[in-house]
Design a protein around this ligand. Structure first.
Ligand code: PMV
Length: 328
């Protein structure tokens, strides 16, 4: 095999990954649980070409900026190391959701790239090995290997061999939806890598965040199994606010929200008072993801669209894990 194409969905964490126990290997300080998002996908194409002098990395056919090209190329080095090849590669990454809108694409990018690059290199890998590999590119990418509801195990081994994602429940287990309220376009000011390093070192609340995560993981895991939206939603909201409390108390503080982010949070709480089972979560950026029962998703999306400052609402729900589209 010398070339392959793979597709992976983004994911959103209900119990967040925020802080590392090993920076170089992307080993998390705590476990996390996410839902893989249908339709928010990245396609990675990789071809190993013997005489190519350097990797050629493109985003939807356009030459990638040097920093990002270097990071993707160093990730392909991991695959080259495992496959014992020195061949350089062409790598093309394209996402169908607006990356410029500041929606995290690193999870779907590194999950798709891990699958495509190993297939193109002819390297046989299990889903667990793929999850460990994707984690090296971006921590949250290890969860996008699997569909539905997914837990990333913290692990204790120094080499990261026991820190990978496992399925909690498949995509069709639970009829829920995720509405993504886009409140700003353009890349976020402080990326998650720098953000979590700053927060871990410099927030006085970081030890409390780490200590409280196991109870949230237990509640969310159980809530998913029981299809208990109130339990999952309430815990996910608290977990998100705790993560942002850690970010807010870093030095200098990380304030990821804009006015519309806050307006959407208030709107979601008002929806709940009106009897709609909607719950928000927010990652290291200003967009708000809202979890609700699938039959209520159009009403929730309409309510979010009406909030001042919301520029778009994308509709999603539990989706499938990474898959190979082509290998030749
Ligand atoms: O995988 P990274 O390094 O992009 O970090 C993701 C961090 C959050 O999105 C804020 C939380 C999470 O668990 O996805």
């Amino acid at each position: 095999m010398t070339s392959a194409i793979a597709c992976a969905n983004a994911n959103v964490a209900l119990a967040k990954y925020w802080g590392k126990r090993d920076e170089a290997l992307n080993l998390p300080a705590t476990g996390s649980i996410s839902v893989t998002l249908a339709g928010l996908e990245t396609v990675a194409r990789v071809a190993f070409i013997p005489d190519l002098p350097t990797d050629l990395v493109t985003f939807a056919g356009e030459l990638a900026p040097p920093g990002e090209a270097g990071r993707l190329s160093r990730f392909v080095d991991l695959v080259r190391g495992q496959a014992r090849t020195r061949a350089r590669a062409t790598v093309d990454i394209r996402s169908n959701f607006p990356v410029a809108a500041g929606l995290a694409s690193s999870a779907s990018t590194y999950a798709a790239l891990a699958r495509a690059a190993t297939a193109a290199a002819g390297l046989p890998v299990s889903d667990t090995e793929l999850s460990i590999l994707a984690r090296r590119g971006s921590g949250s990418a290890c969860r996008s290997i699997f569909g539905g509801f997914v837990e990333w195990l913290r692990g204790t081994a120094a080499d990261g061999s026991d820190s990978y994602a496992v399925p909690v429940a498949p995509a069709d287990h639970w009829n829920v939806a995720v509405a993504v309220a886009v409140t700003a376009r353009g890349p976020k000011a402080v990326g998650s890598r720098e953000g979590m390093a700053r927060a871990a070192e410099l927030s006085r609340y970081y030890p409390a965040w780490v200590a409280s995560q196991p109870a949230d993981l237990d509640a969310i895991r159980q809530g998913i199994r029981d299809r208990d939206l109130a339990l999952v939603g309430t815990t996910a909201e608290q977990n998100c606010l705790a993560m942002h409390a850690v970010a807010l108390t870093a030095q200098p503080p990380l304030l990821y929200w804009n006015a519309a982010t806050l307006a959407v949070m208030h709107r979601v709480r008002a929806l709940r008072e009106d009897g709609v089972d909607a719950y928000f979560t927010i990652d290291a950026g200003p967009q708000v993801k809202v979890l609700c029962p699938r039959p209520q998703r159009d009403a929730v999306a309409a309510a979010l669209r009406a909030v001042e400052g919301v520029v778009d609402v994308l509709l999603s729900g539990p989706g499938e894990g990474v898959h190979l589209m082509e290998a030749t």
